[in-house]
Design a binder for this molecule. Structure first.
Ligand SMILES: [Mg+2]
Length: 315
C-alpha cells in the first residue's frame, strides 16, 4: 500500500475505534429516554456541551460497549491474533469487577461458571431470547484488526467473537455485517454500497430480516423490536449514516432515536468514524472522552490511547 493510502487507512481505523467510543459516551446519558431528547437539549449542532454526563455517567465516560471493545482489541494485540479463551477470560475478569453497566445476557454468560465454548450456547438454549445488540456494540476493534484479511475473514472473526457471549446466530450475522461495512470504509469506499454483498454473505435463513432493516427505504419508525435488539440497532446505525452527511450529524440522528442510545450511537459512531475518519470527530467530543477498565488495575484510556490501539490493530 502506498504511504498516503496507509495514512488514510490508519486515519479511518482510528475513526472507527474513537468514533464508536465517542458515540457510546455521548449517548449514555440519554439511554431509555424519549425520541428527540438530544436535539431538544442541544438544538444547534456544533455549539458544544453535548458530552454532558448524567444517568450515573461522568461527562465523556464510555460504558460497557467501549470497555469490552478495548478488551477485545488488547487481546488481539497481546495474543497475536484471535484467542477466544483469552478474550472470554478478559470479559470474565471485567464482569467480576463491578462495571457500572453490563448487558443482562452478557452478565449471565460470563458469570455462570461454564467454559468459554459452552456458556453462550447453554444460555441461548434456556433463554431463547438472546438477539440483543451486546456483541455488535463492542465490534469496532475486531473490525479494524480483521479488515486486512478480506470479507470472508473479517465476517468469520466477527461471528466467532460474537458467539462468546451470544448463542443466537442472528447476533453473529449482524456483527459480521458491521465488520464488513467497516472494512469497506477503511478501504475508502462508501459502506452503504457494500450492503448487497454483505447481505449475500449471510446464511439464507438470516438474510430476510437484515435485508429488511438495511433496505434504503427502511427507517427506525418501521422497527418491530426495541432498538436493544440486534436488527433495529444495526438498521438504525445504517439509517443514521445514510440520512446525514457528517460524523456529528450521524451521531445526533442516532441519539435522537431514544431507547438504547449508547449502543445505537456506538455502532453508528464506529461506522461514521470509519467512513469520515478521525479528523471528522469534533475535538470537543474526544477531549473529555475516557474509558475506565474495571478489573485491569484502575486503567483509564483516553482518546490518544484509543487512537494508538486502533493504529496498532490496523498495522
Ligand atoms: Mg453501554
Amino acid at each position: 500500500m502506498v504511504r498516503n493510502g496507509w495514512a488514510e487507512w490508519g486515519r479511518r481505523a482510528a475513526g472507527a475505534v474513537v468514533g464508536s467510543a465517542v458515540g457510546d459516551a455521548l449517548g449514555a446519558p440519554f439511554e431509555f429516554g424519549p425520541e428527540g431528547a438530544f436535539s431538544a437539549r442541544f438544538p444547534e449542532p456544533g455549539t458544544g456541551g453535548e458530552m454532558c454526563g448524567g444517568g450515573g455517567w461522568d461527562p465523556g465516560e464510555a460504558t460497557d460497549d467501549t470497555q469490552m471493545a478495548v478488551l477485545v482489541g488488547e487481546s488481539l494485540l497481546e495474543r497475536g491474533g484471535l484467542d477466544l479463551p483469552d478474550v472470554f477470560a478478559r470479559f470474565q475478569r471485567w464482569a467480576a469487577s463491578e462495571p457500572k453497566d453490563i448487558g443482562l445476557q452478557t452478565e449471565d454468560v460470563l458469570t455462570g461458571g461454564l467454559p468459554w465454548d459452552r456458556a453462550a450456547r447453554a444460555h441461548f438454549r434456556v433463554s431463547l431470547r438472546a438477539a440483543g445488540n451486546g456483541s455488535l456494540m463492542r465490534a469496532s476493534t475486531g473490525a479494524v484488526r480483521f479488515a486486512r484479511g478480506g470479507r470472508t475473514v473479517t465476517m468469520d472473526a466477527a461471528r466467532r467473537i460474537a458467539a462468546l457471549t451470544h448463542g443466537d446466530p442472528a447476533v453473529w450475522e449482524g456483527t459480521a455485517v458491521f465488520h464488513e461495512l467497516v472494512r469497506v470504509a477503511l478501504l475508502g469506499g462508501d459502506p452503504l454500497t457494500a450492503l448487497p454483498d454483505a447481505l449475500a454473505s449471510l446464511p439464507a435463513e438470516q438474510r430476510p430480516r437484515y435485508a429488511t432493516v438495511l433496505a434504503p427505504d427502511w427507517h427506525p419508525g418501521l422497527a418491530t423490536e426495541f432498538n436493544g435488539a440486534v436488527w433495529p440497532c444495526l438498521g438504525s446505525a445504517v439509517w443514521a449514516l445514510r440520512t446525514t452527511d457528517s460524523f456529528e450529524g450521524a451521531l445526533r440522528a442516532a441519539i435522537d432515536l431514544g431507547g438504547d442510545t449508547d449502543t445505537v450511537a456506538a455502532v453508528t459512531g464506529g461506522l461514521a468514524g470509519a467512513r469520515y475518519g478521525l479528523d471528522a470527530i469534533p475535538a470537543r467530543w474526544t477531549e473529555p472522552l475516557h474509558v475506565p477498565l474495571p478489573g485491569f488495575g484502575g486503567r483509564v484510556l483516553r482518546a490518544a490511547d484509543l487512537t494508538d490501539l486502533a493504529h496498532r490493530l490496523a498495522g
